[in-house]
Design a protein around this ligand. Structure first.
Ligand code: NAD
Length: 282
C-alpha cells in the first residue's frame, strides 16, 4: 500500500506555477486574484487565509474583501461588478457558503465566466460537461493530478464516486469519464452501496461523514481517494474513509489531512494563472 502525499504533489504543482508566474511577469503580465469573504465562518476564514498565502508564495497579486455578515445583495453584486471590469484582477472567487440571506446562485452567476476561477458559473460547468473547459473544477482536478502523479491508470477502470454535489461529486465523475473510465455515481439514495463500491478499481469518497467508507466496501488492491473533511468532537480532522482499516486493502490511498485537501488550492492557483494568460491572449 502506498500513501499518496498530497502535500508534496501540491508543493510540486505550486512550484511549477511559481515559475510560470515569474515568466509571465518577465513578459509584463501580472496575475491577480480577488477573494471575497462574507461573515466570520471560521472554516471559511482558514480557507481564505490559505488562498492568500498560496498567492504570496507564487507571486500572485491578491486582494481580500472581508465583508460583514449583514452585507446585502446589492453591495455584494456591486463589488463583483467592479472586479469584473478591473484589468489587474484576473480571477474572482467568493468563498462559500454565504450567509443565508444572500442568494448564492445569483452571486455565482454575477462573476464573469472569464474570471470564475472556482469554475462554478453555469457556463464553466457546461464546458466541463462537454470536455472543452478552460477552468478546472478545483477539487476534482486536484484528485486527477494525485492519480496521475502516482501513476494510476484511469482508462477503462471502474471508478465509483460517492457523492453527487456540484462542487465535488458531479465534476469528479465528468473528469474521470473524460479520461475513459467507467464511472458510477453513488449518493444518499443509492441501494446496496457497498456492493457497488466494492467493484471499484478507483473509489472516490466525497460524502462528509467520518469513517463512512469501511473495509467491506473496498476491493482488494483498490485506489481510494478521500475528499471528505470532517471535524471530530476532539477537534481532529479526518476524512470519509476509515483510514487505518481500509488502507490495509488498498494499493494507493490518500490521507486526511495531507491528501486531496492541499491540491484544491494548487488547482485554484492554476486556474488563476490560466485566467491571466487568456485575458492577455497568451
Ligand atoms: P455535500 O454535502 O454537498 O454532498 C455530499 C454527498 O454525499 C451528497 O451528494 C449525498 O448524496 C452523498 N451522501 C450523503 N450520505 C450518503 C450516504 N449515506 N450514502 C451515499 N452517499 C451519501 O458535500 P460536498 O460539498 O460534496 O463535500 C463532501 C465532502 O468533501 C465534505 O466533507 C467536504 O468538506 C469535503 N470537501 C473537500 C474539499 C477539499 O478541498 N478537499 C473541497 C470540497 C469539499
Amino acid at each position: 500500500m502506498k500513501i499518496i502525499d498530497g502535500k508534496a504533489i501540491s508543493a510540486k504543482t505550486k512550484e511549477e506555477l511559481r515559475l510560470e508566474v515569474a515568466a509571465l511577469k518577465e513578459k509584463g503580465v501580472s496575475v491577480g486574484l480577488a477573494v471575497i469573504i462574507v461573515g466570520d465562518d471560521p472554516a471559511s476564514r482558514v480557507y481564505v487565509n490559505n488562498k492568500k498565502k498560496a498567492c504570496e508564495l507564487l507571486g500572485i497579486y491578491s486582494e481580500e474583501y472581508a465583508l460583514p455578515a449583514d452585507t446585502n445583495m446589492e453591495s455584494l453584486l456591486g463589488l463583483i461588478e467592479e472586479l469584473n471590469t478591473r484589468k489587474d484582477i484576473n480571477g474572482i472567487l467568493c468563498q462559500l457558503p454565504l450567509p443565508r440571506h444572500l442568494d448564492e446562485k445569483a452571486v455565482i452567476n454575477a462573476i464573469s465566466p472569464e474570471k470564475d476561477v472556482d469554475a462554478f458559473h453555469p457556463v464553466n460547468v457546461g464546458k466541463i460537461m462537454i470536455g472543452d473547459f478552460d477552468f478546472l473544477p478545483c477539487t476534482p482536478a486536484g484528485v486527477m493530478r494525485l492519480l496521475d502523479e502516482s501513476g494510476v491508470e484511469i482508462e477503462g477502470k471502474n471508478c465509483v464516486v460517492i457523492g453527487r454535489s456540484n462542487i465535488v461529486g458531479k465534476p469528479m465523475s465528468m473528469l474521470l469519464l473524460h479520461r475513459n473510465a467507467t464511472v458510477t455515481i453513488c449518493h444518499s439514495r443509492t441501494r446496496n452501496l457497498s456492493e457497488v463500491t466494492s467493484k471499484a478499481d478507483i473509489l472516490v469518497a466525497a460524502v462528509g461523514k467520518a469513517n463512512f467508507v469501511t473495509p467491506d466496501m473496498v476491493k482488494e488492491g483498490a485506489v481510494v481517494i478521500d475528499v471528505g473533511i470532517n471535524r471530530l468532537p476532539s477537534g481532529k480532522l479526518c476524512g470519509d474513509v476509515d483510514f487505518d482499516n481500509v488502507s490495509e486493502k488498498c494499493s494507493f490511498i490518500t490521507p486526511v489531512p495531507g491528501g486531496a485537501g492541499p491540491m484544491t488550492i494548487a488547482m485554484l492557483m492554476a486556474n488563476t494563472v490560466t485566467a491571466a494568460k487568456k485575458q492577455n491572449n497568451l
